[in-house]
Write a protein that binds this ligand. Structure first.
Ligand SMILES: [Zn+2]
Length: 413
């Protein structure tokens, strides 16, 4: 297997997409249903056609290239990822997975292997949810999980709905249901993604075999106290919303550490009102983001937060509300495919580790419904969602090789 040739092809294809950003010189910004997204899709279409795939843009704006197998009645194998980015993001998040799929298809064609099953390379639209606050739009459309109502209710900061954005982009929103597949027609979904964290890079391992994608629960918590003069109100006569909030915020990281098993808990946002240095905080709003591969652990931490807030409020007379912003269950990825990939890593002499994914991906949406597996490659310094995001092309090439091996194995009916 010519790793150098694969690396060069990946580099050429990934670099060809560099111009399609709305923030040149400040990272890649390719939001869904924009001219940048259109240009990217056109470029990917060209690459797929050059590789000999038959290409179709579906009704959600996903781009699908199919390498035909001998028996169209068999369920297809799908390799995919997304082509949209966050604002001022990098050049590898998502796109590296699509280019990996295209390279796998090229290798299969060039090696003269005849596929029994169709191999579909999917470029998904709007995985990040950056513009409309959605997430997994394209992959959910494939699963038939996006409603017409969703198209109207989700809007960007300029008050443009997905419905209107799709029309401007050249799609017919009413046709969205046609993007859904009969899931029996998909045998398995395979996604290569950059790790976006520091584990592989620091351990000098080449391949991450993702066993599960963690579940997430997100809340906005509002503690209601009473604003008072910071100097004249004695400590035992105030209802300090900050004191109550701070008790939870301070304990949260320790709870996650105690439970372990890779559980993470974060308060990344806090806002005190009225927000004066000499005023007791009348209201404090803060966020909580808890992730774990075990749903029970997430629920346990959320309950601890509720209990802690309850106790604190009983003491000082404050009150609180917890607004759920996101709940996603963890998903276990397919053991058989993981085992096969592990064997191929060993055969090819690539170092690897089994790991969890702390970020969601198209594989999270799809993995709840279909046999799914994910492969990670190292992110330099663990950086991602920033212009510095970098992965060695040679590392991506190794993922191409083992996924190629997997696709060949999965031709056995
Ligand atoms: Zn991504």
């Amino acid at each position: 297997m010519d790793l150098l040739q694969i690396s060069n092809n990946l580099q050429k294809n990934l670099e060809a997409l560099h111009p399609y950003t709305s923030t040149p010189g400040a990272g890649t910004t390719r939001l869904p249903f924009t001219t940048e997204a259109r240009s990217a899709v056109d470029a990917i279409r060209g690459m797929m056609e050059e590789t000999g795939l038959s290409v179709r843009e579906d009704e959600a704006g996903n781009i699908m290239g199919t390498l035909k197998g001998e028996d169209p009645s068999l369920a297809s194998l799908v390799i995919g990822s997304h082509f949209d980015t966050v604002s001022n993001g990098g050049n590898f998040d998502g796109l590296a997975g699509i280019m990996t799929g295209i390279e796998v298809a090229r290798l299969i064609k060039e090696s003269g292997v005849t596929l029994k099953r169709n191999l579909v390379i999917a470029g998904f639209h709007d995985e990040e949810g950056m513009r409309f606050g959605t997430g997994y739009f394209g992959s959910k459309a494939l699963l038939g999980q996006v409603s017409q109502e969703d198209l109207h209710s989700y809007k960007d900061r300029n008050d443009i709905s997905i419905y209107d954005a799709m029309k401007t982009y050249g799609l017919v929103p009413e046709n969205l249901p046609k993007a859904a597949w009969d899931i029996k027609k998909i045998r398995a979904y395979i996604e290569m993604h950059i790790e976006q964290g520091p584990v592989l890079y620091q351990s000098h391992e080449e391949i991450g075999l993702v066993e599960c994608i963690v579940g997430i629960q997100r809340y906005i918590i509002t503690v209601q106290g009473r604003s008072d003069h910071a100097g004249t109100t004695p400590m035992d006569m105030r209802i300090d919303a900050m004191e109550t909030a701070a008790q939870v915020i301070a304990k949260l990281p320790a709870w996650a550490r105690e439970i372990g098993e890779g559980t993470v808990a974060t308060t990344g946002f806090i806002k005190a009102t009225p927000g004066g240095m000499n005023i007791v905080a009348g209201e404090v709003q803060f966020s909580v983001d808890v992730r774990s591969r075990n749903n029970g652990i997430i629920n346990e931490i959320i309950e601890k937060i509720r209990w802690e807030l309850d106790e604190a409020c009983k003491k000082n007379g404050a009150s609180f509300t917890m607004e759920n912003k996101l709940t996603i269950s963890p998903v276990e990825l397919n053991r058989n495919m993981l085992f096969t990939l592990e064997q191929h890593c060993k055969d090819r002499g690539y170092s690897f580790r089994r790991m969890a994914s702390g970020a969601g991906h198209d594989a999270l949406a799809i993995g709840h419904v279909l046999d799914t597996v994910m492969v990670f490659v190292p992110s330099k310094d663990g950086r991602s969602h920033c212009p510095e995001e970098w992965t060695e092309y040679r590392d991506i090439a190794k993922s191409v090789v083992i996924i190629y091996d997997l696709i060949r194995d999965m031709q056995v009916v």
